[in-house]
Design a protein around this ligand. Structure first.
Ligand code: NAD
Length: 437
Protein backbone atom coordinates (compact mmCIF):
# COMPACT_ATOMS: atom_id res chain seq x y z
CA UNK A 1 0.00 0.00 0.00
CA UNK A 2 1.26 3.51 -0.80
CA UNK A 3 2.54 5.56 2.10
CA UNK A 4 0.39 8.53 1.27
CA UNK A 5 -2.55 8.72 3.73
CA UNK A 6 -5.03 10.13 1.24
CA UNK A 7 -4.16 7.59 -1.49
CA UNK A 8 -4.68 4.84 1.13
CA UNK A 9 -8.05 6.31 2.06
CA UNK A 10 -9.06 6.37 -1.60
CA UNK A 11 -7.96 2.80 -2.22
CA UNK A 12 -10.33 1.79 0.56
CA UNK A 13 -13.20 3.49 -1.31
CA UNK A 14 -12.39 1.62 -4.51
CA UNK A 15 -12.15 -1.69 -2.59
CA UNK A 16 -15.66 -1.42 -1.24
CA UNK A 17 -17.17 -0.35 -4.55
CA UNK A 18 -18.02 -3.89 -5.64
CA UNK A 19 -20.17 -4.44 -2.53
CA UNK A 20 -22.13 -1.18 -2.82
CA UNK A 21 -25.80 -1.36 -3.65
CA UNK A 22 -26.09 -0.56 -7.40
CA UNK A 23 -28.14 2.63 -6.91
CA UNK A 24 -25.23 4.24 -5.04
CA UNK A 25 -22.30 3.39 -7.31
CA UNK A 26 -22.64 6.44 -9.54
CA UNK A 27 -22.37 8.80 -6.55
CA UNK A 28 -19.21 7.26 -5.05
CA UNK A 29 -16.85 9.57 -6.94
CA UNK A 30 -18.30 12.50 -4.94
CA UNK A 31 -16.46 11.18 -1.88
CA UNK A 32 -13.05 11.06 -3.53
CA UNK A 33 -12.30 14.75 -2.93
CA UNK A 34 -12.94 16.91 0.14
CA UNK A 35 -15.58 19.55 -0.62
CA UNK A 36 -13.20 22.29 0.52
CA UNK A 37 -9.61 22.60 1.63
CA UNK A 38 -8.67 25.74 3.52
CA UNK A 39 -4.91 26.16 3.85
CA UNK A 40 -2.49 28.95 4.50
CA UNK A 41 0.16 30.41 6.76
CA UNK A 42 -0.71 31.90 10.13
CA UNK A 43 1.55 34.38 11.90
CA UNK A 44 2.16 34.17 15.63
CA UNK A 45 4.16 36.51 17.87
CA UNK A 46 6.72 34.49 19.81
CA UNK A 47 7.95 35.31 23.32
CA UNK A 48 11.17 36.84 21.91
CA UNK A 49 9.02 39.41 20.03
CA UNK A 50 9.63 37.89 16.57
CA UNK A 51 6.83 36.74 14.25
CA UNK A 52 6.80 33.09 13.23
CA UNK A 53 4.75 31.49 10.45
CA UNK A 54 2.97 28.14 10.76
CA UNK A 55 1.27 26.16 7.99
CA UNK A 56 -2.37 25.42 8.84
CA UNK A 57 -5.15 23.36 7.25
CA UNK A 58 -8.86 22.63 7.54
CA UNK A 59 -10.27 19.94 5.30
CA UNK A 60 -14.04 19.76 4.91
CA UNK A 61 -14.73 16.37 3.39
CA UNK A 62 -18.50 15.92 3.26
CA UNK A 63 -21.44 17.77 4.76
CA UNK A 64 -24.11 15.66 3.08
CA UNK A 65 -25.36 14.41 6.47
CA UNK A 66 -24.86 17.61 8.46
CA UNK A 67 -22.23 20.22 9.42
CA UNK A 68 -18.59 19.12 9.03
CA UNK A 69 -17.21 17.67 12.27
CA UNK A 70 -13.68 16.77 13.31
CA UNK A 71 -10.68 17.54 15.45
CA UNK A 72 -7.72 19.88 15.13
CA UNK A 73 -4.28 18.32 15.36
CA UNK A 74 -1.11 20.16 16.45
CA UNK A 75 1.84 18.05 15.34
CA UNK A 76 5.12 18.46 13.50
CA UNK A 77 4.21 15.64 11.05
CA UNK A 78 0.83 17.06 9.96
CA UNK A 79 0.48 17.08 6.15
CA UNK A 80 -2.28 18.13 3.81
CA UNK A 81 -2.72 14.52 2.73
CA UNK A 82 -3.11 13.34 6.35
CA UNK A 83 -5.66 16.05 7.16
CA UNK A 84 -7.66 15.14 4.03
CA UNK A 85 -7.58 11.42 4.89
CA UNK A 86 -8.64 12.05 8.48
CA UNK A 87 -11.53 14.23 7.29
CA UNK A 88 -12.75 11.35 5.11
CA UNK A 89 -12.57 8.97 8.10
CA UNK A 90 -14.63 11.45 10.10
CA UNK A 91 -17.35 11.38 7.43
CA UNK A 92 -17.36 7.58 7.77
CA UNK A 93 -17.27 7.60 11.58
CA UNK A 94 -20.12 10.08 12.03
CA UNK A 95 -22.18 8.15 9.52
CA UNK A 96 -21.55 4.77 11.24
CA UNK A 97 -22.55 6.36 14.55
CA UNK A 98 -25.81 7.47 12.95
CA UNK A 99 -25.34 11.12 13.91
CA UNK A 100 -26.34 14.06 11.69
CA UNK A 101 -22.82 15.36 11.09
CA UNK A 102 -20.32 15.23 8.26
CA UNK A 103 -16.54 14.90 8.22
CA UNK A 104 -13.81 17.48 8.69
CA UNK A 105 -10.32 17.73 10.15
CA UNK A 106 -7.83 20.50 10.85
CA UNK A 107 -4.19 20.73 11.67
CA UNK A 108 -1.12 22.88 12.12
CA UNK A 109 2.45 21.82 11.41
CA UNK A 110 3.95 22.54 14.83
CA UNK A 111 5.62 20.76 17.71
CA UNK A 112 3.54 22.20 20.56
CA UNK A 113 6.03 20.93 23.16
CA UNK A 114 8.45 23.60 21.89
CA UNK A 115 5.99 26.43 22.60
CA UNK A 116 5.51 28.34 25.86
CA UNK A 117 1.95 28.39 27.28
CA UNK A 118 1.49 31.96 25.98
CA UNK A 119 2.76 31.03 22.51
CA UNK A 120 0.37 28.06 22.48
CA UNK A 121 -2.53 30.35 23.35
CA UNK A 122 -1.58 32.85 20.61
CA UNK A 123 -1.25 30.02 18.07
CA UNK A 124 -4.68 28.63 19.05
CA UNK A 125 -6.30 32.06 18.74
CA UNK A 126 -4.57 32.70 15.39
CA UNK A 127 -5.90 29.37 14.09
CA UNK A 128 -9.43 30.26 15.26
CA UNK A 129 -9.17 33.52 13.26
CA UNK A 130 -7.87 31.60 10.25
CA UNK A 131 -10.84 29.19 10.20
CA UNK A 132 -13.49 31.68 11.46
CA UNK A 133 -14.91 32.39 7.96
CA UNK A 134 -15.52 28.71 7.24
CA UNK A 135 -16.72 27.31 10.59
CA UNK A 136 -19.87 27.80 12.65
CA UNK A 137 -22.43 25.90 14.73
CA UNK A 138 -24.34 24.88 11.62
CA UNK A 139 -21.37 24.82 9.24
CA UNK A 140 -18.28 23.14 10.65
CA UNK A 141 -17.71 22.12 14.27
CA UNK A 142 -14.08 21.46 15.29
CA UNK A 143 -12.93 19.51 18.37
CA UNK A 144 -9.70 18.37 20.06
CA UNK A 145 -7.37 15.82 18.44
CA UNK A 146 -3.69 14.95 19.00
CA UNK A 147 -2.09 17.58 21.27
CA UNK A 148 -5.15 19.81 21.49
CA UNK A 149 -7.03 20.06 24.78
CA UNK A 150 -10.25 21.46 26.31
CA UNK A 151 -8.24 24.59 27.24
CA UNK A 152 -7.26 25.05 23.58
CA UNK A 153 -10.94 24.70 22.58
CA UNK A 154 -11.77 27.38 25.19
CA UNK A 155 -9.24 29.83 23.64
CA UNK A 156 -10.50 29.10 20.13
CA UNK A 157 -14.15 29.52 21.11
CA UNK A 158 -13.38 32.77 22.92
CA UNK A 159 -11.55 34.15 19.87
CA UNK A 160 -14.29 33.02 17.50
CA UNK A 161 -17.06 34.57 19.62
CA UNK A 162 -15.14 37.88 19.68
CA UNK A 163 -15.07 37.86 15.86
CA UNK A 164 -18.76 37.04 15.36
CA UNK A 165 -19.94 39.22 18.26
CA UNK A 166 -22.24 36.74 20.00
CA UNK A 167 -22.10 33.46 21.93
CA UNK A 168 -22.00 30.31 19.84
CA UNK A 169 -20.72 27.51 22.13
CA UNK A 170 -21.82 24.82 19.68
CA UNK A 171 -19.04 25.87 17.29
CA UNK A 172 -16.43 23.77 19.16
CA UNK A 173 -16.88 20.55 21.12
CA UNK A 174 -14.58 19.01 23.71
CA UNK A 175 -14.82 22.24 25.72
CA UNK A 176 -14.39 22.47 29.48
CA UNK A 177 -17.70 21.96 31.37
CA UNK A 178 -17.75 25.63 32.44
CA UNK A 179 -17.95 26.72 28.77
CA UNK A 180 -20.67 24.27 27.76
CA UNK A 181 -18.81 20.95 27.58
CA UNK A 182 -20.83 17.78 28.12
CA UNK A 183 -20.93 15.63 31.21
CA UNK A 184 -19.76 12.09 30.49
CA UNK A 185 -17.35 13.11 27.68
CA UNK A 186 -14.11 12.04 29.36
CA UNK A 187 -15.09 8.40 29.71
CA UNK A 188 -17.31 8.28 26.60
CA UNK A 189 -14.92 6.55 24.19
CA UNK A 190 -14.01 3.79 26.67
CA UNK A 191 -17.62 3.36 27.75
CA UNK A 192 -18.81 3.16 24.14
CA UNK A 193 -16.17 0.47 23.47
CA UNK A 194 -17.38 -1.71 26.36
CA UNK A 195 -20.96 -1.32 25.12
CA UNK A 196 -19.88 -2.38 21.61
CA UNK A 197 -18.19 -5.46 23.07
CA UNK A 198 -21.24 -6.40 25.14
CA UNK A 199 -23.58 -6.02 22.16
CA UNK A 200 -21.36 -8.28 20.04
CA UNK A 201 -21.07 -10.95 22.75
CA UNK A 202 -24.84 -10.91 23.35
CA UNK A 203 -25.47 -11.34 19.63
CA UNK A 204 -22.94 -14.17 19.27
CA UNK A 205 -24.59 -15.89 22.23
CA UNK A 206 -28.10 -15.34 20.90
CA UNK A 207 -27.20 -16.76 17.50
CA UNK A 208 -25.09 -19.56 19.06
CA UNK A 209 -22.12 -18.52 16.91
CA UNK A 210 -19.46 -19.85 19.29
CA UNK A 211 -19.21 -22.09 22.35
CA UNK A 212 -16.80 -19.84 24.26
CA UNK A 213 -19.32 -16.96 24.50
CA UNK A 214 -21.45 -19.14 26.76
CA UNK A 215 -19.06 -18.70 29.68
CA UNK A 216 -19.76 -16.01 32.30
CA UNK A 217 -18.10 -12.62 31.73
CA UNK A 218 -16.11 -13.07 34.95
CA UNK A 219 -14.17 -15.78 33.09
CA UNK A 220 -13.61 -13.68 29.98
CA UNK A 221 -10.09 -12.32 29.91
CA UNK A 222 -9.15 -9.00 28.33
CA UNK A 223 -5.75 -7.50 27.44
CA UNK A 224 -5.65 -3.73 26.91
CA UNK A 225 -2.82 -2.03 25.03
CA UNK A 226 -2.45 1.60 26.13
CA UNK A 227 -3.52 2.98 29.47
CA UNK A 228 -4.41 6.57 28.53
CA UNK A 229 -7.89 8.06 28.34
CA UNK A 230 -9.28 5.33 26.10
CA UNK A 231 -7.43 2.29 27.49
CA UNK A 232 -7.95 3.17 31.14
CA UNK A 233 -11.69 3.88 30.93
CA UNK A 234 -12.24 0.79 28.80
CA UNK A 235 -10.41 -1.34 31.40
CA UNK A 236 -12.15 0.21 34.36
CA UNK A 237 -15.68 0.06 32.91
CA UNK A 238 -15.16 -3.51 31.62
CA UNK A 239 -13.84 -4.53 35.03
CA UNK A 240 -16.87 -2.93 36.72
CA UNK A 241 -19.07 -4.93 34.31
CA UNK A 242 -17.40 -8.14 35.57
CA UNK A 243 -14.81 -8.89 32.85
CA UNK A 244 -11.32 -9.99 33.93
CA UNK A 245 -8.63 -7.52 32.83
CA UNK A 246 -5.45 -9.59 32.78
CA UNK A 247 -3.03 -7.26 31.00
CA UNK A 248 -2.43 -3.57 30.37
CA UNK A 249 0.45 -1.54 28.96
CA UNK A 250 1.77 1.94 28.33
CA UNK A 251 4.46 3.22 25.97
CA UNK A 252 7.26 1.62 28.02
CA UNK A 253 5.97 -1.87 28.81
CA UNK A 254 3.07 -3.93 30.05
CA UNK A 255 1.92 -6.12 32.93
CA UNK A 256 0.25 -9.50 32.92
CA UNK A 257 -1.76 -10.58 35.96
CA UNK A 258 -3.34 -13.96 35.23
CA UNK A 259 -5.95 -13.69 38.01
CA UNK A 260 -7.00 -10.21 36.91
CA UNK A 261 -5.79 -6.72 37.81
CA UNK A 262 -7.56 -3.78 39.39
CA UNK A 263 -7.56 -0.92 36.82
CA UNK A 264 -8.15 1.83 39.40
CA UNK A 265 -5.30 0.67 41.66
CA UNK A 266 -3.10 0.21 38.58
CA UNK A 267 -3.78 3.80 37.49
CA UNK A 268 -2.92 5.14 40.95
CA UNK A 269 0.29 3.09 40.89
CA UNK A 270 1.14 4.24 37.32
CA UNK A 271 0.61 7.88 38.28
CA UNK A 272 2.89 7.45 41.30
CA UNK A 273 5.68 5.62 39.47
CA UNK A 274 5.29 7.29 36.08
CA UNK A 275 4.97 3.87 34.41
CA UNK A 276 2.73 0.83 34.58
CA UNK A 277 5.76 -1.43 34.98
CA UNK A 278 5.62 -3.21 38.38
CA UNK A 279 1.98 -2.26 39.11
CA UNK A 280 0.66 -5.74 39.80
CA UNK A 281 -2.59 -5.12 41.59
CA UNK A 282 -5.45 -7.44 42.53
CA UNK A 283 -8.44 -6.08 44.47
CA UNK A 284 -6.51 -2.93 45.29
CA UNK A 285 -3.60 -4.93 46.75
CA UNK A 286 -0.47 -4.39 44.70
CA UNK A 287 2.27 -6.95 44.92
CA UNK A 288 5.28 -7.55 42.75
CA UNK A 289 4.70 -11.33 43.06
CA UNK A 290 1.24 -11.45 41.55
CA UNK A 291 2.04 -10.60 37.96
CA UNK A 292 4.83 -10.28 35.46
CA UNK A 293 6.27 -7.66 33.19
CA UNK A 294 5.58 -8.13 29.47
CA UNK A 295 6.43 -6.19 26.34
CA UNK A 296 3.79 -4.47 24.21
CA UNK A 297 4.37 -7.11 21.52
CA UNK A 298 3.82 -9.95 24.02
CA UNK A 299 0.59 -8.33 25.22
CA UNK A 300 -0.91 -8.63 21.75
CA UNK A 301 -0.17 -12.36 21.62
CA UNK A 302 -1.47 -13.35 25.08
CA UNK A 303 -3.95 -16.25 25.44
CA UNK A 304 -6.94 -13.98 26.10
CA UNK A 305 -10.54 -13.96 24.89
CA UNK A 306 -10.57 -10.26 24.02
CA UNK A 307 -7.80 -7.99 22.81
CA UNK A 308 -8.14 -4.21 22.97
CA UNK A 309 -5.55 -2.19 21.02
CA UNK A 310 -6.10 1.22 22.60
CA UNK A 311 -2.93 3.17 21.84
CA UNK A 312 -1.40 3.35 18.37
CA UNK A 313 -2.12 2.63 14.74
CA UNK A 314 -0.71 -0.38 12.80
CA UNK A 315 0.27 -2.58 15.78
CA UNK A 316 -1.46 -5.69 14.42
CA UNK A 317 0.32 -6.57 11.20
CA UNK A 318 0.90 -9.53 8.91
CA UNK A 319 3.90 -10.37 11.14
CA UNK A 320 1.92 -11.00 14.33
CA UNK A 321 -1.65 -11.62 13.08
CA UNK A 322 -1.19 -15.39 13.07
CA UNK A 323 0.11 -15.33 16.64
CA UNK A 324 -2.95 -13.54 17.99
CA UNK A 325 -5.06 -15.82 20.16
CA UNK A 326 -7.94 -13.50 21.03
CA UNK A 327 -11.34 -14.36 19.59
CA UNK A 328 -12.53 -10.75 19.59
CA UNK A 329 -10.53 -7.58 18.90
CA UNK A 330 -12.02 -4.26 19.96
CA UNK A 331 -10.25 -1.53 17.97
CA UNK A 332 -10.26 1.37 20.40
CA UNK A 333 -7.27 3.10 18.76
CA UNK A 334 -7.69 4.44 15.24
CA UNK A 335 -6.32 2.06 12.60
CA UNK A 336 -4.55 -0.49 14.86
CA UNK A 337 -4.92 -3.34 12.29
CA UNK A 338 -3.22 -3.21 8.90
CA UNK A 339 -5.28 -4.37 5.88
CA UNK A 340 -3.03 -7.46 5.52
CA UNK A 341 -3.56 -8.44 9.16
CA UNK A 342 -7.27 -7.77 8.83
CA UNK A 343 -7.48 -10.31 6.03
CA UNK A 344 -5.56 -12.97 7.99
CA UNK A 345 -7.66 -12.48 11.14
CA UNK A 346 -10.95 -12.43 9.24
CA UNK A 347 -10.00 -15.76 7.61
CA UNK A 348 -9.17 -17.14 11.08
CA UNK A 349 -12.70 -16.25 12.21
CA UNK A 350 -11.67 -13.52 14.66
CA UNK A 351 -14.39 -10.91 15.21
CA UNK A 352 -12.90 -7.44 14.85
CA UNK A 353 -15.08 -4.62 16.14
CA UNK A 354 -13.83 -1.90 13.76
CA UNK A 355 -12.45 1.42 15.01
CA UNK A 356 -15.07 3.49 13.18
CA UNK A 357 -17.70 1.90 15.42
CA UNK A 358 -15.74 0.73 18.51
CA UNK A 359 -14.36 4.19 19.37
CA UNK A 360 -17.34 6.23 18.13
CA UNK A 361 -18.51 6.89 21.72
CA UNK A 362 -16.25 9.97 21.73
CA UNK A 363 -17.72 11.63 18.65
CA UNK A 364 -21.23 10.61 19.73
CA UNK A 365 -20.90 12.49 23.01
CA UNK A 366 -19.39 15.41 21.05
CA UNK A 367 -22.64 15.34 19.09
CA UNK A 368 -24.56 15.40 22.39
CA UNK A 369 -22.45 18.38 23.49
CA UNK A 370 -23.32 20.22 20.27
CA UNK A 371 -27.03 19.35 20.65
CA UNK A 372 -27.00 20.62 24.26
CA UNK A 373 -25.29 23.86 23.17
CA UNK A 374 -27.79 24.46 20.36
CA UNK A 375 -30.80 23.85 22.61
CA UNK A 376 -29.33 25.54 25.70
CA UNK A 377 -30.60 22.60 27.78
CA UNK A 378 -27.95 20.58 29.61
CA UNK A 379 -28.20 16.88 30.41
CA UNK A 380 -27.23 14.84 33.47
CA UNK A 381 -24.42 12.30 33.14
CA UNK A 382 -26.99 9.47 33.43
CA UNK A 383 -28.89 10.94 30.48
CA UNK A 384 -25.70 11.17 28.40
CA UNK A 385 -24.77 7.55 29.24
CA UNK A 386 -28.25 6.28 28.48
CA UNK A 387 -28.44 8.03 25.12
CA UNK A 388 -24.95 6.85 24.22
CA UNK A 389 -26.03 3.28 24.94
CA UNK A 390 -29.09 3.72 22.69
CA UNK A 391 -26.96 5.09 19.86
CA UNK A 392 -24.29 2.38 20.16
CA UNK A 393 -26.96 -0.35 20.29
CA UNK A 394 -28.76 0.94 17.24
CA UNK A 395 -25.49 1.23 15.25
CA UNK A 396 -24.52 -2.30 16.30
CA UNK A 397 -27.80 -3.77 15.11
CA UNK A 398 -27.49 -2.03 11.73
CA UNK A 399 -23.89 -3.23 11.28
CA UNK A 400 -24.79 -6.78 12.33
CA UNK A 401 -27.77 -6.96 9.98
CA UNK A 402 -25.59 -5.84 7.06
CA UNK A 403 -22.83 -8.26 8.10
CA UNK A 404 -25.25 -11.19 8.04
CA UNK A 405 -26.75 -10.25 4.67
CA UNK A 406 -23.29 -9.72 3.11
CA UNK A 407 -22.09 -13.05 4.53
CA UNK A 408 -25.04 -14.82 2.90
CA UNK A 409 -24.41 -13.14 -0.43
CA UNK A 410 -20.62 -13.34 -0.65
CA UNK A 411 -19.75 -16.21 1.74
CA UNK A 412 -16.02 -15.43 2.30
CA UNK A 413 -13.97 -12.47 3.44
CA UNK A 414 -16.86 -10.55 5.00
CA UNK A 415 -16.05 -8.65 8.17
CA UNK A 416 -17.84 -6.32 10.57
CA UNK A 417 -15.50 -3.62 9.20
CA UNK A 418 -16.75 -4.06 5.65
CA UNK A 419 -20.36 -4.02 6.89
CA UNK A 420 -19.76 -0.82 8.92
CA UNK A 421 -18.01 0.98 6.04
CA UNK A 422 -20.67 0.03 3.53
CA UNK A 423 -23.42 1.16 5.85
CA UNK A 424 -21.64 4.47 6.41
CA UNK A 425 -20.83 5.15 2.76
CA UNK A 426 -24.37 4.27 1.64
CA UNK A 427 -25.91 6.59 4.24
CA UNK A 428 -23.76 9.46 2.94
CA UNK A 429 -24.53 8.59 -0.68
CA UNK A 430 -28.26 8.38 0.05
CA UNK A 431 -28.06 11.97 1.34
CA UNK A 432 -26.01 12.94 -1.75
CA UNK A 433 -28.59 11.33 -4.03
CA UNK A 434 -31.43 13.24 -2.35
CA UNK A 435 -29.52 16.53 -2.56
CA UNK A 436 -28.18 16.25 -6.12
CA UNK A 437 -29.81 13.36 -8.02
P1 NAD B 1 -3.70 9.08 25.40
O1 NAD B 1 -2.59 9.95 24.98
O2 NAD B 1 -4.57 9.47 26.55
O3 NAD B 1 -3.15 7.62 25.75
C1 NAD B 1 -2.33 6.88 24.90
C2 NAD B 1 -1.78 5.69 25.67
O4 NAD B 1 -1.01 4.89 24.78
C3 NAD B 1 -0.85 6.06 26.83
O5 NAD B 1 -1.08 5.19 27.91
C4 NAD B 1 0.54 5.78 26.24
O6 NAD B 1 1.48 5.44 27.26
C5 NAD B 1 0.23 4.59 25.39
N1 NAD B 1 1.23 4.35 24.37
C6 NAD B 1 1.96 5.25 23.66
N2 NAD B 1 2.84 4.61 22.87
C7 NAD B 1 2.62 3.29 23.07
C8 NAD B 1 3.22 2.10 22.57
N3 NAD B 1 4.22 2.16 21.71
N4 NAD B 1 2.74 0.91 22.99
C9 NAD B 1 1.75 0.85 23.89
N5 NAD B 1 1.18 1.93 24.44
C10 NAD B 1 1.61 3.11 24.02
O7 NAD B 1 -4.58 8.85 24.08
P2 NAD B 1 -6.09 8.36 23.99
O8 NAD B 1 -6.98 9.53 23.94
O9 NAD B 1 -6.30 7.28 24.99
O10 NAD B 1 -6.11 7.74 22.51
C11 NAD B 1 -5.64 6.43 22.24
C12 NAD B 1 -6.10 6.01 20.85
O11 NAD B 1 -7.52 6.09 20.77
C13 NAD B 1 -5.59 6.87 19.69
O12 NAD B 1 -5.44 6.03 18.56
C14 NAD B 1 -6.74 7.84 19.42
O13 NAD B 1 -6.73 8.33 18.10
C15 NAD B 1 -7.91 6.91 19.67
N6 NAD B 1 -9.17 7.61 19.97
C16 NAD B 1 -9.30 8.41 21.07
C17 NAD B 1 -10.50 9.02 21.35
C18 NAD B 1 -10.70 9.86 22.59
O14 NAD B 1 -11.85 10.24 22.85
N7 NAD B 1 -9.68 10.11 23.40
C19 NAD B 1 -11.60 8.85 20.47
C20 NAD B 1 -11.44 8.03 19.35
C21 NAD B 1 -10.22 7.42 19.12
Amino acid sequence: MANDPYSNALSFLSEIEKYLRPEYKKYLSRLTKPQNIHKGKIKVKMDDGKQKEFVAFRSQHSDALGPFKGGIRFHQNVTESEVKALSLWMSIKCSVAGIPLGGGKGGIIVDPKKLSPLELERLSRAYAKFIAPIIGEKKDVPAPDVNTTPQIMAWMLDEYEKIIGYKAPGTFTGKPLALGGSKGRTKATGYGGVLALKYLLDQLKKEKKAKWVEKPVSQMSIAVQGFGNVGYYFAQIASDAGFKIVAASDSRSGIYVKDGLDPKATLVCKKGKGTIDGCYCVDGQCSIHKGKKISNEELLELPVDILVPGALESVITEKNANKIKAKVIVEMANGPTTPEADEILTKKGVYIIPDVYANSGGVSVSYFEWAQNLSGYYWSEEMVDERLAQLMRSSFLHIWKRYISLSKEFKNGISLRLAAYLLAVERILEAEKLRRP
